[in-house]
Ligand binder design. Structure first.
Ligand code: ZN
Length: 322
């Protein structure tokens, strides 16, 4: 039986424990491909900076006009707009007006580059996929889907942090796209053994819809269940405390997460709540009176469960038994 999460034509419902790379640096082609993924990540990060700046300002399109300095509005030439490099060359200042350019821009580009490389390790991409990419298109499709989701999570994190909103373009877009992505990359969803037991008219449902169809249906069910649960919590919380306890943006985001994770979205929600509470208490005791949005923690929970849902669930259950 084939090992790894990418079993060719037979995507495993039960994802096998991922193997790390064997010897990543011994073949130069792997290093070259990783460098390419890092560069692609930096460019995507640059685009995410634009998205985070323009999407909440609804009068602006993310593609036009070209980048301008927000202070002096002079157009930024391509050579001053290279990810990370240009910010370093300009020492963090606009070429025209010398106004400070926030270090957050290169930080986002660097973070996205690191996430794109980390994805290759965490999925994992196997050596063979780097050496002969054209023979491993299934793995690359999974990588691209995971990179797209990761990018959306970075954008949601930045926008929620700045504006305390989660734009519909990303959350509702994700609800529509999520189950469709699963048809291409079913191993983005953690292994769910009980899907094998579901029956329709006496026959196993999986025989009728196939493994990919089953995983995608689980995604749709996850949207309803996860979105519905958080919506209920929000409604009850508003009744109990007499004020808005949670934004509807959070509900749409958790629904979109369910579209990929299925019922595993509830684990992501649990992790987000725990980490969010710890960070919230820490920031309160540090007397930083800033409102901490929930979206960044949901993003973290989504990423963790998408890549390591099974061991995280074991750890979560282990905590209760302890
Ligand atoms: Zn300027």
């Amino acid at each position: 039986m084939a090992v790894g999460r990418f079993c060719g034509s037979e995507p495993a419902l039960v994802r096998v424990a991922p193997e790390p790379w064997g010897t990543p640096v011994q073949d130069p082609r792997i290093a070259v491909m990783l460098g390419f993924l890092a560069a692609a990540g930096a460019c995507v990060g640059s685009f995410l900076n634009v998205v985070a700046y323009r999407l909440p300002r609804q009068c602006m399109s993310v593609s036009r006009p070209r980048s301008r300095c927000p202070k002096c509005t002079s157009a930024i030439a391509w050579y001053d707009n290279l990810p990370i490099v240009s910010w370093l060359m300009l020492r963090g200042r606009c070429r025209t007006c010398r106004d400070v350019i926030s270090a957050r821009y290169p930080a986002v580009e660097l973070t996205t580059a690191a996430l794109f490389v980390a994805l290759a390790w965490l999925l994992p991409m196997r050596d063979a996929a780097f050496i002969r990419p054209t023979e491993h298109l299934g793995e690359w499709a999974t990588y691209l889907a995971a990179a797209l989701i990761t990018s959306a999570l970075v954008a949601l994190t930045l926008i929620d942090w700045d504006w305390q909103i989660l734009p519909d373009q990303i959350t509702i877009g994700g609800m529509i796209l999520g189950p469709l992505l699963l048809l291409v990359a079913p191993s983005l969803q953690p292994a769910t053994g009980w899907l094998h037991d579901l029956r329709m008219g006496g026959e196993p449902l999986i025989d009728a819809v196939g493994v990919r169809g089953m995983v995608a249906l689980h995604g749709v069910a996850g949207e309803v269940l996860a979105g519905g649960s958080l919506w209920m919590i929000g409604v009850l919380g508003a009744k109990a405390f007499g004020r808005e306890a949670m934004g509807f943006g959070d509900v749409k985001m958790i629904a979109a997460m369910g579209g990929i994770l299925g019922t595993w979205a509830l684990l992501a929600l649990g992790l987000a709540a725990v980490v969010g509470a710890i960070v919230g208490i820490a920031m309160k005791s540090a007397r930083r009176g800033r409102y901490v949005p929930f979206g960044p923690f949901l993003a973290l929970g989504m990423w963790a469960v998408m890549l390591r849902g099974e061991p995280l669930l074991d750890a979560w259950i282990g905590l209760y038994q302890w």
